[in-house]
Design a protein around this ligand. Sequence first.
Ligand code: ISL
Length: 594
Amino acid sequence: MQLGGPDTFRPMSQQAPWWTSAVVYQVYPRSFQDSDGDGIGDLGGILQRLDHLTDLGVDVVWLSPVYPSPQADNGYDISDYQGIDPLFGTPAQLDELIEALHRRGMRLVMDLVVNHTSDEHPWFLESRASRTSAKRDWYWWRPPRAGLAAGDPGAEPTNWQSFFSGSVWELDEASGEYFLHLFDRKQPDLNWENPEVRDAVYAMMRWWLDRGVDGFRMDVINMISKDVAPDGSLHDGPPLPGSALGDGSASYLCGPRIHEFLQEMHREVFAGRGHAVGGRAVGGRADGDKALLTVGEMPGVTVEQARLFTDPARAEVDMVFQFEHVGLDFDGSKWRPVPLRMRDLKASFGRWQAALADVGWNSLYWDNHDQPRAVSRFGDDSPEFRRDSATCLATLLHLHRGTPYVYQGEELGMANYPFAGIDEFRDVESLNHFAGAMVAGEDPAEVLAVLRRMSRDNARTPVQWDGSPSAGFSTGKPWLAVNPDHTEWNAAAQRADPHSVLAHYRRLIALRHENPVVALGDFTMLLPEHDEVYAFTRSLDGETLLVVCNMSRTRQPLATLLPEAIDAELVLGNLPSADPAVLGPWEARVLRSA
Ligand code: ISL
């Protein structure tokens, strides 16, 4: 394949930032490793498991929130941005973690949750204290709808539905006003219109960078700007089918000032702050002047917006988490699942690859703490195909252009949990949904079946380190049950097995480090209409990799589908290939075109 045409313009290839060839590993601390026997993972536990990360070869650790928190949303409700919750350990242990990771050539990215705080944060306590409080305007306080009294049905200032069921407005009886919470009622939204709020957040971010952290994953950062009218009012959204509530997202997803806020944050926090890890280039790569990593979590972000957010010239964020591909297997609401169509997945990934080819950058993920387990969702977790589909999915994702994120346990092929009843769930989203569905008179068995498939708790069961009763996670009773399949599916069993899911992730990560085509090559989708085979090429400087993945149990006639694959050299595969002309069930091959 020839380079240099108008469609293959790649300014990144000259001076590619370090994160173009990096792989990020997400630690959800509550479920990673417990070191004190209380059944909840902690910083001490992470420190004990660093060899696992070194062995895997990842470059960055993204740590989900460990700050003081009432834990209404497992730490995404923060009551002190500059501390460590005793549940997770001490500030000294966080310093130790930064140091230990840097020594091993890895970086630490902290979770930044600044769309909202906890309702127990001192800022909110002060804001709530009275209508004339100096911090009243740090949050979104509004009177009841005109003509109605506080507490009347429909008196909420807007009709928006919260992400976690019910209205986004909570009445504060004492003042007779409502406060806004896009998520749980214990997560009031900060008012970014107020410059004092922004200054306080930026100061806190600088404080963490001074402490040595290497960047931030920014929680729902595209929701911080709300579309507020000059008179301070917010607009109703279109009604949701079968509900008295409406969809307010047009008023808070990528709102009018979002780019201004992120550019200001960049200027105030990041500009000129690149620092080398441990005083040297990480992973043998030159750092340039930008050693930090910023990734914005952005539900509902479009490709057009993502180009703006990640255009280096605009100085906003390095990359975003988009949600298109994890929204293809449900119909509007995650509680209405539908089968995934392969052509939709290809169209979606293909569009993102094309849109961010010349400007900006993709982040790549199947799993995180909010998503069901990928092998159960997009693969085939039956005993026969679990290993093969987990490694096939990994190959597909890691060979795209972008920075791959591995969520803890994904590298072991961890699967969804066989939840039997509502009492086994812990997540506020699942519990609120179930309660709401019961009030609405839905069939409990049906609601449970959907929860079993889509609940975030699937991602949150403890990491399966070994086959012992608590999977090596804790000496106490784990806060969320360990998946019974850990006797077979665990890190100890996979570590020395060259055919394991773990070994395959190790190879994929190494391939990205070694081969610039994987990091930077141009992407071209092949067979866009095929229902089972996902194939594409990556090309750079005259070298082309051909990637073929059979996303099904059906054997595929590769010789007919992609004849050029037959004589190509195998760079990496997930199965011992018997017949070069046929792609076995869930087989994936990375080939070097002749
Ligand atoms: O999981 C979701 C719905 O099923 C998403 O809407 C999710 O809530 C959204 O991606 C935002 O997620 C982030 O912010 C939330 C927190 O609960 C999630 O864990 C976090 O990743 C509120 O802070």
